[in-house]
Design a protein around this ligand. Structure first.
Ligand SMILES: Cc1cc2nc3c(=O)[nH]c(=O)nc-3n(C[C@H](O)[C@H](O)[C@H](O)COP(=O)(O)O)c2cc1C
Length: 235
């Protein structure tokens, strides 16, 4: 699975980044991480040219390559600190600007997980989590769950939140499970298609044996020792 984790915190190594990376750690496959901290990101100005003229967003900033990375991924983890009960301005700008690919449906059927950190003993993170889940819903992204952790001003505090650490692993497992289901469905479709071709060409004896495996659930755990995550920065 090709997974992209994004932290919308202005603190590059902050609690949100830590929790997003914790989910990535429990996943298998290609794992990329982007921090929106310090990047050149601007708000959508609703010029509407993207969908009216079917062109790339006309604002030339870092959002362009980030959206391309999102389109390349099989799964996305969007993370944000809770700011006044909502997502950070940085993440909100990314969500708004992705309206430029909304009509193209290029995020459809990807798998999406939500990460939010709020204050120590905070309660408000769920509202930010709902906003990201709504974004997934609107774009046809398959929701794999959310993890909300206690962050606060101290960077690294979220590591003490054992419930969030457990939650990160659970969300990762669900992402893998959804991915296996999707892959299985794809194989089944390919298999049916191959059978049709074989029969139509009289090759049934040669190719009748299933070449593609039937979908199966996986109980395999990700290897937590394998923590290599690629940090993706501006091209
Ligand atoms: C501008 C601002 C607004 C915040 N608003 C809230 C809030 O409404 N509720 C809350 O629980 N925490 C709030 N916090 C705390 C952050 O959500 C928390 O410290 C978070 O873990 C920071 O994530 P980071 O380390 O990735 O930057 C706010 C912090 C800032 C800077």
């Amino acid at each position: 699975m090709n997974v992209l984790g994004i932290s919308g915190s202005p603190r590059k190594e902050g609690n949100t980044a830590i929790l997003v990376k914790e989910v990535l750690k429990h996943l298998r496959g290609k794992r990329n991480f982007i921090s929106l901290a310090g990047l050149n990101i601007n708000p959508c100005d609703s010029c509407d040219r993207c969908w009216k003229e079917n062109v790339e967003c006309v604002i030339d900033d870092d959002i362009r390559w980030i959206i391309k990375e999102m389109e390349k991924a099989d799964a996305i983890i969007l993370g944000s600190p809770c700011y006044w009960g909502m997502v950070s301005a940085q993440l909100k700008m990314l969500l708004d600007r992705s309206v430029s690919i909304y009509e193209k449906n290029t995020l459809k059927n990807k798998i999406g997980a939500v990460v939010v950190t709020h204050d120590v003993h905070g309660q408000a993170g769920w509202m930010a989590a709902v906003l990201i889940a709504n974004f997934y819903n609107a774009n046809g992204i398959l929701y794999a769950g959310r993890v909300i952790g206690e962050g606060g001003a101290e960077i690294g505090h979220v590591r003490k939140d054992k419930r969030a650490m457990r939650g990160a692993k659970e969300v990762a497992e669900r992402m893998m499970e959804l991915y296996e289901i999707m892959k299985g469905k794809q194989k089944k479709r390919d298999y049916k298609c191959l059978l049709r071709v074989c029969f139509s060409q009289g090759l049934q004896n040669r190719y009748f044996k299933p070449i593609f495996e039937a979908p199966r659930a996986t109980n395999k755990q990700a290897n937590p020792q394998n923590t290599r995550i690629t940090i993706t920065s501006p091209p």
